[in-house]
Every structure is written in structure tokens, then in C-alpha cells.
Design a protein around this ligand. Structure first.
Ligand SMILES: Nc1ncnc2c1ncn2[C@@H]1O[C@H](COP(=O)(O)OP(=O)(O)O)[C@@H](O)[C@H]1O
Ligand SMILES: [Mg+2]
Length: 362
């Protein structure tokens, strides 16, 4: 298959297109996962996707501090793994420094070229200090020697849903980003963001907390799971098209194990999530957009609404959202999503970087 490690490492010096142009790279530093999109040297993209977490440990021989990141860190050091962007942005200098250490480790391990033009997909959150901390991570990193730019994550994420190139930037549309820490919505008019809306009340993280609570209820208090396990249940089993009950086993504190089946907890939580998301869009975001930009509102609602963000990965969620929003608004609206919503912000950012390189913007 094409996922051959050796083949990937050859792309560093792809001989056929030897130019001095920097490599266009797209990056999304997300609260749950970080994604990087890099040209693979043969016209396609190579994507790196990892949990945004790290753990440090002491080298058993030299005593030096070592860094482990991503799935490996989460699996091997559950006791001290740190999710450095848990709230969406680095809250303070310590978090910023940890995020920088994490990011540099990912860059190094995946040969992300330093001679690059890098576009970052950034959340729309009104938190100056957090944004400044994120900027310090971005500016301090070893990549992006030629150029560093930031664009809203919801615009970047919508790009792959609206065409093979940058059609989204010539369009008028509404987009809704279903993320871990926020629900974001905005209209875009030829790349200009209008009526940005953010709420921390309807989130993937909240769904994980609900799943953990519902599992306790569904098992009559016999099973307590943490939110990481709840997230894994959601990512593996949530499905509006054909959900199937599943079983899991926990080790009892006193020894022995307990097997249990989950029938309702996951789908009850995601079902409430979709209702709440529709409610926010229909009754908070869209009225504001209509109030400020009535023409844009009308034009945009005649187009499909673009859903992005990791929660959009749940099978059937786009159709559920479309149906429930149509009902709430009492008019037909359509919804679409990119092929892989978990990668689309980085892929869209990469296309913008490519355009900037082509335009000699560096
Ligand atoms: N395959 C999947 N199925 C269900 N939920 C998913 C899937 N992949 C990611 N998610 C959820 O999407 C959220 C992360 O979305 P993302 O847009 O990456 O968030 P952020 O920008 O806040 O980091 C998390 O709640 C995560 O569990
Ligand atoms: Mg996000």
C-alpha cells in the first residue's frame, strides 16, 4: 500500500520539481488532536494526526529528560500525560511552553520541513491571552521560515467541503464547527468572516462527560469510566445510522473483572448534543446573522451549511443536523461536510499555504 514509511522519507528531496520555493504546510493545533498536512512529493498530501498530549520521563541510562507525545504518551503514561490545549488555547506561559515542546517533538518526528510557508487554522475564541500564547508557540516553532499566517479554523475546515481547490474563498456560506471545547459558527463572504459566534456550552468534551454519567446510570452505579474512555466510546461507537450496543470489561478494585453492555449511554448523549447544537444555531447564531447581514443570511441559507470539526465524524450526524435544523427553522436547509472532518482544517490550511506560495507572498 501507499502508506510506506520509506516512501515518505524520500519526499524530503523530491528531485523532479527542484525549486527554491518553500513547502506549503497546513497545521491545526487542536485541543484533542493536532493535524499537519504536508505535500507528499507526488501531488498528494501526507497528513500527520496525533493526540495533543505529552508526557516526560527520565532516560533510564543517562538521566536526561525525554518527551513522549500523542497516543504513545496517553497509553503508557496515563498517570501523568498532559493535554496542553485542554481548554482550546494555552492558558498560561507554562502551558504555552509545554505546547511548544509537544509541537517541536511532532515536527521533528515527522520531518516537517523548516523551509516552509505554514498556515495555521486558529479557533475563533475571544481570549486575548490564550491567543497570544498560541501565537508564541507558532512563532517560536522551527517551521515556517518563509511565512507564517493564521486563518480561522472554520474557514480552513470548510475548504475541502466546497471544492478541490479554494472555491470556499470565493463563496458565501454558513459554517458550523463542532469541536471539543466550542461550537463555532460564522458566515463567510469571499473569505471575510461575518457574525462569528462561539459557545462553550455545546461541546464534544461535554458529550464525553454526559457519556460517563449515563454509563454510571445505565450500569446502576457499577461502572465508572473516565472522560478519556467516554471519548473513545463515542469515537468508536456513536452512529446515527446503525448504532450497535457494545460490551466492555472493567477490572474491579478488589480483583476480578466485570463485563457490561452499553445500549443507550452513547447515543443519548450525542442525540442531546445535536438538539443543543441546532438550538444554538437556530435561535442564537442565525438571528444575529440575519439582524446584521440580512442579504448574506438569505444567500447563505440557499447554500448548504458546511459542518466541520471532529464531532462531524459521527456517521449520520450531518443528516440529523439538517433535518432537525430544517424543522426548527421551518424551511428546508441543506448541510454538507468534508470527506474527513478530522483532517479538513489542516488540509484547507495547506491549500491556503499553497496559494500564498504560488502568489510569492513570502
Ligand atoms: N471519529 C469520531 N467520532 C466521534 N467524535 C469524534 C471523532 N473524531 C473526533 N471526534 C470528536 O471531535 C472533537 C474534536 O474535534 P476537533 O474539531 O478536533 O476539536 P478542537 O478543534 O476543539 O480540538 C472531540 O470531542 C473528539 O472526541
Ligand atoms: Mg476547533
Amino acid at each position: 500500500m501507499s502508506e510506506d514509511d520509506d516512501a515518505e522519507s524520500e519526499t524530503a528531496d523530491d528531485g523532479d520539481t527542484a525549486t527554491d520555493e518553500p513547502t506549503p504546510v497546513g497545521v491545526k493545533l487542536g485541543s484533542t488532536r493536532t493535524v499537519i498536512a504536508i505535500p507528499d512529493g507526488s501531488g498528494g498530501l501526507r497528513t500527520v494526526k496525533t493526540l495533543t498530549c505529552l508526557a516526560t520521563y527520565e532516560d533510564a541510562i543517562t538521566g536526561e529528560e525525554r518527551v513522549l507525545y500523542g497516543e504513545e504518551a496517553a497509553r503508557e503514561y496515563p498517570d501523568r500525560v498532559q493535554y496542553t490545549l485542554r481548554s482550546g488555547l494555552p492558558e498560561d506561559e507554562d502551558r504555552a511552553e509545554l505546547t511548544a515542546t509537544f509541537f517541536e517533538s511532532v515536527i521533528e518526528a515527522n520531518d516537517v520541513p523548516e523551509d516552509s510557508a505554514v498556515v495555521y487554522a486558529i479557533p475563533t475564541i475571544d481570549n486575548e491571552e490564550g491567543l497570544a500564547n498560541l501565537e508564541s508557540v507558532i512563532e517560536g516553532s522551527s517551521i515556517g521560515e518563509a511565512l507564517i499566517r493564521s486563518y480561522p479554523e472554520s474557514l480552513c475546515g470548510a475548504v475541502p467541503a466546497l471544492g478541490d481547490e479554494l472555491e470556499a474563498v470565493d463563496d458565501i456560506f454558513v459554517t458550523v464547527n463542532l469541536g471539543s471545547t466550542n461550537l463555532e459558527a460564522a458566515a463567510y463572504r469571499r473569505g471575510e468572516q461575518l457574525a462569528p459566534f462561539t459557545t462553550g456550552a455545546v461541546t464534544g468534551n461535554e458529550v464525553d462527560r454526559m457519556i460517563a454519567n449515563y454509563v454510571e446510570e445505565e450500569t446502576q452505579g457499577r461502572v465508572n469510566i473516565d472522560t478519556t474512555t467516554a471519548r473513545e466510546y463515542k469515537e468508536e461507537h456513536a452512529d446515527f445510522v446503525d448504532f450497535e450496543p457494545f460490551t466492555d470489561i472493567i477490572q474491579q478494585p478488589g480483583g476480578g473483572s466485570h463485563e457490561f453492555t452499553i445500549e443507550r449511554s452513547v447515543m443519548d448523549a450525542v442525540d442531546e448534543y445535536v438538539d443543543e447544537a441546532v438550538e444554538e444555531i437556530a435561535n442564537a447564531f442565525l438571528p444575529e446573522l440575519a439582524n446584521d447581514y440580512i442579504k448574506v443570511y438569505q444567500l447563505a441559507l440557499d447554500q448548504p451549511i458546511v459542518l466541520t470539526g471532529g464531532m462531524t465524524c459521527i456517521p449520520g450526524i450531518v443528516e440529523e443536523f439538517e433535518e432537525r435544523l430544517s424543522e426548527e427553522l421551518q424551511r428546508d436547509v441543506e448541510a454538507v461536510a468534508p470527506d474527513d472532518p478530522s483532517l479538513s482544517a489542516a488540509v484547507g490550511a495547506q491549500r491556503i499555504a499553497e496559494r500564498l506560495v504560488d502568489a510569492d507572498a513570502y
